[in-house]
Design a protein around this ligand. Structure first.
Ligand SMILES: Cc1cc2nc3c(=O)[nH]c(=O)nc-3n(C[C@H](O)[C@H](O)[C@H](O)COP(=O)(O)O)c2cc1C
Ligand SMILES: Nc1ncnc2c1ncn2[C@@H]1O[C@H](COP(=O)(O)OP(=O)(O)O)[C@@H](O)[C@H]1O
Length: 315
């Protein structure tokens, strides 16, 4: 897969089948669309293109800084690069772009820049300034500019009963099971290991404090989770807490992972954390001793859960 930043940089003389969307999470529904796109491209001898926008339209049009996404743009690139997609075109969604009329968008972007021969879109797709363009208009333009439209039927979209919004809601409720079912692979975060209060070691549970640099990355609900970490290509199971650590008078939210069978200094390193299971709510213990007892219980619960995972997943 080739990543092209800004559709103006798309190579000339390549005929394409295009789909458009944010594809946050790259969930089951998105994968169905991608499968259609890729199989059409192979059948017709075209290149497959996903046109996506970043920053997200809502970050730009409504200057909405509270928006939280399942994947950062870097993560989305990583997930999509594992598919057979030929081109991922990431266009910076700015005010100028948002002012393009539906007609100009089709002519200037899809036809003149991406050389579209076939467009794969949902029946409810809207595009152009103020989302003025609808499916009927697209059909009209497809005659004007001579490309095919492959409609993703309402039932195909509705039957999957999955949406990025539903996954975000599940994660914000700590419902990892539902989120992971929709996502097909576990929800994950990536960050840098930073210094904390240096208390973890003193209670026998050192925790890697993870700092995420993208403010728009969604973090699941506060609480304790069973996780799998990847550090320098090695995988470790562990348990993680998201929260304010009331027991030790924590003021800000932290994300901290204690890895099992691990004893290395990894300050400053990148770490990836996959969420496997929600263990419990964060609690305010009367003493650090109480917290320690709970962590021992969490560790037992985690190890029992990990045993139930198939050898395939545990590898
Ligand atoms: C699995 C797990 C669950 C935790 N649960 C809680 C909790 O319920 N309440 C709490 O105050 N702190 C909880 N903690 C956070 C600990 O307070 C934290 O790891 C400890 O304060 C060490 O912090 P430090 O890494 O900044 O030194 C949890 C940590 C882990 C790894
Ligand atoms: N099993 C482990 N899980 C997580 N971190 C570990 C582990 N063993 C050693 N470490 C190291 O110890 C650090 C955490 O120690 P801790 O006392 O909790 O300090 P801090 O408050 O700075 O996080 C981690 O950042 C990592 O470098």
């Amino acid at each position: 897969m080739q990543v092209i930043h800004n559709y103006h940089n798309f190579p000339e003389n390549i005929s394409t089948v295009v789909t458009i969307g944010t594809f946050d999470g790259v969930h089951i529904g998105h994968r169905k669309i991608l499968d259609q796109l890729i199989s059409e491209s192979k059948k017709k001898g075209l290149k497959s293109v996903l046109l996506t926008f970043f920053p997200h339209p809502r970050m730009v049009i409504q200057a909405d800084n509270s928006i939280k996404l399942i994947n950062t743009i870097e993560e989305r690139i990583e997930i999509l690069s594992e598919t057979d997609l030929d081109y991922l075109v990431i266009h910076p969604f700015d005010k100028d772009f948002s002012n393009l009329s539906a007609f100009d968008f089709v002519r200037d972007v899809l036809v003149n820049q991406l050389n579209v021969k076939e467009l794969v879109v949902g029946y409810d797709h809207r595009f152009g300034k103020n989302r003025e363009g609808d499916f009927e208009q697209l059909k009209e333009y497809s005659h004007t500019f001579d490309f095919n439209i492959k409609e993703i039927k309402a039932q195909d979209i509705n039957n999957t009963a999955v949406s990025s919004t539903k996954i975000r809601t599940a994660l914000q409720a700590g419902d990892i099971k539902t989120a992971n079912e929709f996502l097909t692979t576990p929800f994950f975060i990536k960050g840098t290991v930073v210094k904390g209060q240096q208390l973890g070691n003193t209670i026998g549970f050192p925790t890697a404090n993870i700092e995420i640099s993208q403010v728009y990355k969604l973090t699941p609900k506060n609480g304790a989770y069973i996780v799998r970490a990847t550090h320098q290509e090695n995988k470790y199971f562990g348990m993680l807490n998201i929260g304010n650590r009331p027991t030790v008078n924590g003021k800000n939210q932290t994300i901290e992972a204690h890895l099992f069978d691990f004893n290395n200094d990894i300050y400053g390193d990148e770490i990836k954390i996959e969420f496997l299971h929600f263990l419990r709510e964060e609690q305010n213990f009367h003493s650090v001793e109480g917290l320690k007892e709970q962590l021992e219980k969490d560790q037992n619960d985690s190890l029992n859960f990990i045993q139930t995972i198939t050898p395939n997943t545990a590898s």
